[in-house]
Design a protein around this ligand. Structure first.
Ligand SMILES: Cc1cc2nc3c(=O)[nH]c(=O)nc-3n(C[C@H](O)[C@H](O)[C@H](O)COP(=O)(O)OP(=O)(O)OC[C@H]3O[C@@H](n4cnc5c(N)ncnc54)[C@H](O)[C@@H]3O)c2cc1C
Length: 318
């Protein structure tokens, strides 16, 4: 289907607002840079924050009906928005409804907007082991499901029992995690769907032992990762060598284009030293990729790159 982004976005936004049952918001030309940890990129045509599954379904059906491209944004810690912004609708699950974490037995039912740090903290308080690795990943449950986020030898789908999601048609469904065929840093099934909640499983254990593991993980992270704004690991690890080590061995640590720099602390992090543009970051990505290619290794980005290089040229209506 050919996407039809209307020239008059305000009218389009009003039409959508009128369809919501709840107080869901619609913002036109909404800046996205501040909603990502890397802090680069242009605005979204429409930014929609649904307050309920019902309103989320309305927004998805609206996109479907108008052929409008859409993406869902979690905490923006694995996304690079291009400088021209995103032509279409960005969905943000920020409402309280999507942020709940509730215990049932040895399981936690988590809303997609729940921060991974909060999930790990709840698991510790409840004496549930196995979720410690989530503590230092600066994302949400929804983003972690889509990316099959992992750290310290564990990954999201290893601890996920089931996922509740909304289809582009607006249908709300639930599936066993094993049926979603997640792989290294991706659950392809969730591209084009919106995860709204997940059931995570822990193992009963003493909170003190859990706390110690979380602290050890945090120490390791502090020693090995930069604090300057970034999107985490920019490349997936190729089969033969960790991307960070490869980039270090190629002598690329500290390489800078504009205000984007390959971190001296971790070769697989590109940091925004202040005022970087998406173009700076993307040129640096290509530079690193070319050098890796010269060494016979193909690097694939882990970070999700969305949007356009140039801003839209919109017609004015009298
Ligand atoms: C300093 C730093 C350290 C990091 N360390 C790690 C690490 O150790 N391990 C690791 O795996 N990652 C790491 N990351 C990357 C990132 O935090 C994870 O990928 C995280 O899971 C992304 O979650 P998010 O909510 O920020 O998702 P976003 O960045 O907002 O989105 C990522 C992708 O998920 C999709 N998405 C978001 N929400 C939903 C939803 N509800 N339903 C369907 N799709 C959705 C988006 O459309 C996008 O495609 C790190 C990032 C930073 C900045």
């Amino acid at each position: 289907m050919i996407a039809c982004v209307p020239e008059n976005l305000a009218t389009f936004a009003g039409e959508l607002r009128a369809r919501f049952a709840g107080r869901s918001s619609v913002t036109v030309d909404a800046p996205l840079a501040s909603r990502t940890t890397l802090g680069v990129g242009g605005p979204a045509d429409l930014l929609v924050e649904p307050v309920s599954e019902a309103d989320l379904a309305v927004a998805l059906r609206f996109c479907h009906q108008h052929g409008l491209p859409w993406r869902v944004l979690g905490r923006g810690s694995n996304v690079l928005v291009r400088d021209g912004g995103f032509r279409g609708m960005i969905l943000l699950l920020d409402a309280a409804h999507f942020g709940r974490v509730e215990r049932t037995g040895s399981q936690l039912r988590c809303g997609a907007a729940a921060r991974l740090k909060a999930v790990a903290g709840s698991a510790r308080k409840e004496g549930l082991a196995g979720l410690e690795f989530l503590e230092g990943i600066p994302g949400s449950v929804g983003g972690a499901l889509r990316m099959n986020a992992g750290a310290h030898g564990s990954w999201m789908f290893e601890v996920t029992e089931s996922v509740r999601f909304v289809e582009p048609s607006g249908a709300v469904l639930e599936a066993a995690a094993g049926d979603l065929q997640a792989r290294y840093r991706s659950c392809d099934f969730l591209a084009g769907r919106v995860a709204v909640a997940a059931v995570l499983a822990g193992r009963p254990a003493a909170p003190e032992a859990i706390r110690e593991r979380m602290e050890a993980n945090a120490r390791q992270r502090r020693a090995s990762q930069p604090r300057t704004p970034s999107a985490g690991c920019i490349f997936k690890n190729p089969p033969s060598v960790p991307a960070g080590r490869l980039i270090e061995e190629l002598g690329l640590k500290g390489t800078q284009i504009g205000c984007a720099r390959v971190s001296e602390i971790h070769g697989n992090f590109i940091v925004n030293t202040g005022g970087a543009t998406a173009a700076d970051v993307l040129r640096l990505v290509e530079h690193v990729r070319t050098r890796a290619g010269g060494a016979g290794i193909t690097l694939e980005t882990e970070v999700e790159i969305i949007g356009e290089d140039s801003p839209p040229t919109r017609m004015r209506h009298a």
